[in-house]
Design a protein around this ligand. Structure first.
Ligand code: ADP
Ligand code: ADP
Ligand code: MG
Length: 461
């Protein structure tokens, strides 16, 4: 039953991460790549590499036929989809299985159910998980919406049922605005996600983003505690931590139990994340969505629990039961992850690909740098701007922050602008040190503290 040859249907740092986990389990690794990625670290590290098409993702990493053809040519017995690209595409999961291989993730049906954000809200409610007040299903039009917004009150969010990556979300403050934005949002969602379906949620003000890591093998379900990802820009995570210092023990217990109840209710298999908004003044948490895949920020959970989540995914896909029992999973210390992007903070975080002329990586106890970089590598312009993730563990949050400052000082990426300077400033900020923030904090912080040209140059250093 175990997997001998694994095809990695992704690129970048997560492809590198998956190759390492697969090799540790004795698997042969086969990496697919686009013409823009021939010189990538993943291609260099894998046992075999197969080109699947031109740089544009639609013609390579999102091309189901090309990826499946590579998997068959490599005689792979499993496919790991990573995150983004085809990772939450139920038809791809089904096609992998129909071709006689294992999909490293939940079944196509589970992805269909939980990947649709409206259907997932229903699943959560049925499992007894509190959801954000809002529409019960997709909203057909402005008239239907009127009743809902009158009940929950403005401001509300119009969200795309198929949205992701922080896209497909609009905040509206009045009925006039709603009437104007709703048709636009629907057209945009149809164009971006191939599904114009929309739903409505009340805006939870001053919320924190807290999410629970789950693992299931179809019969047993565990949680690996929570991560806090409140430092965001444009609804995309920038800095993540585990555990969340904003939770009381009582709330943590309820939150994690709710995620396990949801996983159990659908017979979940693989790794997944249940995302919530948390109001630390009332102690109330609200389900927002499930990600049926490995997440970018999974390493902070690995650092505090000692569980290798990618190895666990591969074992489960190979047919093994969960290797961990709930009572054996404990939090030890604190971990923080900084997403290092090829972006220019002095130009509104414009993507800035190019040649990396030099690279120094910090290397000490409790420091991990998951990256696609090597000195001399030319970052291609076709994909998202994530270069790597600096992850640091300390015995508690203060110790972790102190180690993070040292590690950020030792991280030097030359040749292209990056967000390392932003993270240095965040790690030195007293509000961040006190963990006094919510999901709108970072955007506000960027507008006030670093609005001047000097400020943004400082960040860009
Ligand atoms: P995480 O939830 O793991 O933090 P992100 O929201 O940062 O993940 O998304 C992970 C990756 O997947 C990013 O590259 C993001 O752009 C991409 N992504 C996620 N959902 C979608 C989607 N529906 N459409 C396009 N890209 C997506
Ligand atoms: P995506 O699928 O793009 O990841 P999510 O539904 O997970 O979208 O929301 C992304 C982010 O948007 C959240 O982390 C939070 O910052 C913000 N957000 C989403 N829903 C709400 C809400 N109802 N109230 C306030 N903020 C929200
Ligand atoms: Mg999300």
């Amino acid at each position: 039953m175990t997997i001998e040859t694994l095809l990695i249907a992704n690129r970048g740092e997560i492809a590198v991460r998956i190759i390492r986990a697969a090799k540790a389990l004795g698997m042969r690794t086969v990496q697919v790549y686009s013409q823009a990625d021939a010189k990538s670290l993943a291609v260099r590290l894998a046992d075999e590499a197969i080109e699947i098409g031109p740089p544009a993702a639609k013609k390579s990493y999102l091309n189901i036929e090309a990826v499946l053809a590579a998997a068959k040519a490599a005689k792979a017995d499993a496919v790991h989809p990573g995150y983004g690209f085809l990772s939450e595409n139920a038809d791809f999961a089904d096609a992998v299985v129909a071709a006689g291989m294992k999909f490293v993730g939940p079944s196509g049906d589970a992805i269909r159910l939980l990947g649709d954000k409206v259907a997932a809200r229903r699943v959560a409610a049925q499992a007894g998980v509190p959801t954000v007040p809002g529409s019960n299903g997709r909203v057909g039009g402005v008239e239907e919406a009127r009743e809902i917004v009158e009940r929950i009150g403005f401001p509300v969010m119009i969200k795309a049922a198929a949205g992701g990556g922080g896209r497909g979300i609009r905040i509206v403050g009045s009925m006039e605005e709603f009437e104007r934005q709703f048709p636009q949002a629907s057209a945009e969602a149809a164009a971006a996600f191939g599904d114009g379906g929309l739903y409505i949620e009340k805006v939870i003000e001053r919320a924190r983003h807290v999410e629970v890591q789950i693992l299931g093998d179809g019969k047993n379900f565990v949680h690996c505690f929570e991560r806090e990802c409140s430092l965001q820009r444009r609804r995309q995570k920038v800095w993540e931590e585990a555990p969340s210092v904003s939770l009381t023990e009582d709330v943590r217990t309820k939150l994690c139990a709710s995620a396990v109840a949801l996983a159990r209710s659908v017979g979940y298999s693989g790794a997944g994340t249940v995302e919530y908004l948390y109001d630390d003044e009332t102690g109330q948490f609200y389900f927002i969505e499930v990600n049926t895949r490995i997440q970018v920020e999974h390493p902070v959970t690995e650092m505090i629990t000692g569980i290798d989540l990618v190895q666990e995914m591969l074992r489960i896909a190979g047919g093994a039961p969960l290797s961990v029992r709930q009572e054996d999973i404990a939090i030890s210390g604190h971990a923080i992850e900084c997403r290092i992007n090829a972006e220019d903070p002095s130009r509104d975080f414009m993507p800035a690909p190019g040649l990396v002329s030099a690279l120094d990586v910090p290397d000490s106890e409790g420091v991990r740098f998951d990256t696609l970089l090597w000195a001399g590598y030319e970052v291609p312009p076709f994909y998202d701007s994530l270069l790597g993730k600096l992850i640091v563990r300390g015995k508690d949050r203060a110790d972790c922050l102190a180690r993070l400052r040292v590690a950020l000082d030792g991280l030097n990426i030359e040749g292209i602008p990056t967000t390392v300077g932003l993270h240095r400033a965040l790690a030195a900020d007293p509000e961040v040190a006190a963990s006094r923030y919510h999901t709108r904090f970072l955007e506000h912080w960027l507008l006030t503290a670093f609005a001047s040209p000097q400020g943004s140059r400082e960040l860009a250093r």
